[in-house]
Design a protein around this ligand. Structure first.
Ligand SMILES: [Fe+2]
Length: 274
């Protein structure tokens, strides 16, 4: 059931209507939200990777592949061309975000782990879940740069220039845990719009398989709280400031239109089996 785009001609119009309502509701919510944020200070680094150019041939890293990465970490190419998500996300922002910011987190995580061979076999998920068990001198680096490495991979993972709407199976899980798709969207909107300073908003899975919305500060990942992210949005200023300046709500509304719900459902399936 996973990864499949919606093809059923009977239910497709209903889903399109739901997605449209979701987008409108989200835009109303987001356009009323927050003031400019400060402290968007993470580092630059090396040059961008190469890019896939055809979103239809998307063969990006799966959630399992992302979670199971280990030292030395490398920057994987984006799953789409840097201008593929325009006008929602402009190419310059995408290039800097991926090639400088994401690369910077990866470089600093590798630098922190390099002298600790006993940690080289740990997965990216394990590092994020257990940063507070690391040697004290690298806890902050693993927390911040391990989070920055994982979080951005999830962010690239869930967006698409040709996003699929939720399947019946995913809609049923959302209805079960939030009451409706719109209620989930409103909760996500609220979490993302009220992050103070820099951080993330997430759709997460708990140990019982129930979905929740959570927000985290800076580059913290929900894995540290025993929750597994399957979708997330970066609300650091570096994610949107060139195009949206202080209009975080407009950026969030645009992001919602890029979410590939087939990938989110695949992520759910992947992490529920972890
Ligand atoms: Fe970012």
């Amino acid at each position: 059931m996973l990864q499949s785009k919606i093809k059923n001609p009977v239910i497709a119009p209903l889903r399109i209507l739901i997605l449209a309502l979701f987008s409108v509701a989200a835009m109303i919510t987001f356009t009323q939200c927050t003031a400019p944020q400060s402290g968007d200070t993470d580092s630059g680094a090396t040059e961008s990777g190469t890019y896939a150019t055809d979103d239809a041939d998307r063969t990006y890293l799966s959630m399992n592949e992302i979670m199971e990465m280990s030292y030395p970490f490398e920057l994987a190419p984006l799953p789409y061309a840097p201008d593929a998500l325009e006008p929602a996300i402009d190419a310059q922002t995408m290039n800097i975000h991926h090639g400088k910011h994401h690369q910077g987190y990866i470089n600093k995580l590798n630098a922190a782990l390099e002298p600790h061979e006993e940690l080289h076999g740990m997965t990216l998920a394990e590092l994020n879940a257990g940063w507070n068990t690391m040697p004290e001198e690298i806890q902050a680096a693993v927390r911040n740069h391990g989070g920055g490495t994982l979080n951005h991979y999830i962010f690239w993972n869930v967006m698409s220039a040709e996003p699929a709407v939720p399947s019946e199976a995913l809609m049923a899980m959302i209805d079960r845990d939030f009451g409706s798709f719109d209620e989930m969207a409103q909760e996500f909107a609220g979490a993302a719009s009220t992050v103070f300073g820099s951080g993330w908003a997430w759709l997460v899975l708990d140990e019982e398989g129930k979905l929740h919305i959570r927000a985290t500060a800076n580059q913290d990942n929900p894995l540290a709280d025993g929750l597994t992210p399957i979708m997330g949005v970066d609300v650091w200023e570096h994610a949107y400031y060139l195009n949206y300046q202080n209009r975080r709500g407009d950026y969030l509304g645009a992001f919602l239109g890029l979410i590939d719900w087939a990938t989110v459902e695949a992520n759910y399936s992947a992490v529920s089996g972890m």
